[in-house]
Design a protein around this ligand. Structure first.
Ligand SMILES: C[S@@+](CC[C@H](N)C(=O)[O-])C[C@H]1O[C@@H](n2cnc3c(N)ncnc32)[C@H](O)[C@@H]1O
Length: 281
């Protein structure tokens, strides 16, 4: 067996491993991506080369290696108030509806939270709304941020962001109002926002029933990495834990259309969200 053939076999095995472990579908010719993202780990875990490391991964003994490989292969790109419109819909349409319907409590799930910017942006919009409309949104509120990667969740829990991250979406006014300076170039999200948000590790391929019910789910910029079957399964499981009339907000290039018929598109002034259809009796 030539080295090249062995590498191709290992590459195919690795693609299966990755899809089974976290849903991410690698194209047939993404060898360079695997090499560039995993080479560093071969040194860290003292393997002679990438082939040896991928072989070890197959034996599934080292859970730390497995975790670090998944970490390296996931894309954690995020920013504050990403794409603006989801946060405008939240402020202008969804929160007024929650207030009008007098919900007993409000639970929001940020399902691929990465380093926390999405979950904290939601918290900021809620506090701004409460400031603008005193007494209108007086109810217990919980934002749950989940991700498969412990590394990003550790950063999210700290709530400390550098200038580069702050420069990606935080206005001067919001910086002043919702952050305190932690060091010359670091900013800490205020305690009041931090207390609204909880972060836990969760693989979207797993069961969600233990999370309880939600009124709103942000699941943004993660379904794009998954196969059609996995997208469908995730969207159907999310529908099971949305309260009646609850909303799902996806990434700009994502849609439930073709994957689940349990949602209806709602066009708000600033963009679209997907509402859980009423269940048939
Ligand atoms: C591109 S980021 C999106 C972050 C944020 N939602 C946004 O739109 O800015 C995708 C996140 O999904 C997480 N992820 C990938 N596969 C996952 C899975 N199977 N379960 C849970 N999270 C996953 C990654 O760790 C990463 O932090």
């Amino acid at each position: 067996m030539t080295d090249q053939l062995l590498s191709k076999m290992l590459y195919d095995d690795f693609r299966h491993f990755l899809e089974n472990a976290c849903g991410i579908v690698l194209g047939e010719n993404k060898h360079y991506l695997v090499t560039s993202r995993l080479n560093r780990l071969t040194h860290e875990f003292s393997f002679n080369n990438l082939n040896d490391m991928l072989n070890a991964l197959k034996s599934n003994k080292d859970s730390k290696l497995r975790e670090r490989v998944i970490d390296a292969m996931t894309t954690n790109e995020t920013s504050w108030f990403r794409d603006s419109y989801p946060y405008e819909i939240l402020a202008e349409d969804i929160l007024p509806e929650v207030a009008k319907n007098k919900l007993p409590r409000l639970r929001i799930w940020s399902a691929a939270a990465s380093t926390g910017q999405e979950s904290y942006s939601i918290g900021i919009v809620i506090q701004e709304f409460q400031g603008l409309h005193p007494g209108m949104l007086n109810l217990p509120i919980e934002i749950l941020g989940t991700d498969i990667s412990n590394t990003v969740l550790t950063a999210a829990r700290k709530g400390i962001y550098d200038e580069l991250s702050m420069g990606r979406g935080v206005s001067a006014e919001r910086r002043k109002r919702f952050f305190t300076q932690a060091s010359a170039s670091q900013w800490l999200i205020n305690e009041k926002i931090r207390n609204m948000v909880r972060f836990i590790e969760l693989n979207l391929l797993q069961n969600y029933s233990q999370l309880g019910k939600f009124d709103l789910i942000f699941c943004r910029n993660v379904l794009i990495y998954f196969s059609s079957e996995i997208k469908s399964a995730i969207l159907e499981r999310m529908a099971q834990i949305l309260n009646p009339g609850g909303y799902l907000i996806l990434g700009g290039s994502e849609t439930p259309s073709g994957y689940s018929s349990l949602y209806e598109m709602v066009r708000f002034t600033k963009g679209v969200a997907y509402r859980l259809k009423p269940r048939k009796p």
